[in-house]
Design a protein around this ligand. Structure first.
Ligand code: ZN
Length: 232
């Protein structure tokens, strides 16, 4: 249980982590709803069959809904590396945000505190703190281009690519590098590029270019996805 001061609002929407899996990933979401309270009501409503371990309101209030030992229902279908049951292997954090406004400073501060707190209790490396859109690029776009991944990376709470020079444009090599980093090989090039850009080159558009190539290659070289199983 977290050492942070959390409000508790228990959700009935959870199960056991399958096959004795332990969390070694964190998935970050936004709620896409108008208010945190509306999102909490949905995440605690058995009819909707969705939940997350935590929700963070815009004022930094952290709401604890599912115990970390249990499997919350936030990720759905998707894949990261060889993991397809992301819910069994992850802790899900929802940020109250409708999807079209910046993330509040107090909310980001609380997220960083919560991430530090979670990784102090589990074996979770920075490259395994990902967005919902990373594990489900076709289906999901949260936390979106306004989410500041670089800020997290500076504190060891995520990773950020560095480039020295652009590389030759080659779609197959780009996809191979993203798969080495963790993206699903079943994802289309367009969906992969869109998820990758939202996270690593927000507000950049246009066709695949040499900078995309270099960034993806750096991620593949420095942060290749760990394909090992994790069980208690
Ligand atoms: Zn999500």
């Amino acid at each position: 249980m977290t050492a942070l001061s959390c409000h508790s609002q228990a959700s009935p929407n959870f199960g056991e982590r399958k096959g004795g899996a332990v969390p070694d990933m964190i998935v970050i979401h936004y709620t896409a709803m108008a208010t945190a309270d509306a999102a909490i009501a949905r995440l605690c409503d058995p009819e909707f069959e969705v939940s997350a371990h935590y929700l963070i309101d815009v004022d930094g209030r952290i709401v604890h809904m599912v115990d970390e030992t249990n499997r919350a229902w936030h990720a759905g279908a998707g894949r990261w590396g060889d993991v397809t049951d992301i819910n069994s292997r992850s802790i899900g954090i929802e940020l109250a945000n409708c999807g079209s406004v910046p993330f509040a400073a107090a909310q980001m501060d609380a997220l960083e505190a919560l991430l530090h707190d979670i990784i102090s209790r589990h074996s979770i490396t920075p490259e395994r703190i990902i967005g919902h859109s990373d594990m489900a690029p076709k289906r999901k776009i949260d936390p979106g281009p306004r989410f500041d991944w670089r800020r997290l990376a500076v504190q060891g709470l995520s990773v950020w690519p560095e480039i020295s020079a652009p590389r030759k444009v080659d779609k197959d090599a780009f996809l191979a590098d993203l798969v080495a980093f963790g993206y699903s090989p079943e994802t289309s090039a367009e969906a992969c590029l869109s998820a990758f850009r939202d996270r690593f080159r927000p507000r950049h558009s246009g066709p695949l270019d040499g900078a995309d190539m270099a960034l993806a290659h750096d991620l593949a070289m420095r942060f290749p996805v760990d394909r090992a199983a994790r069980t208690a």
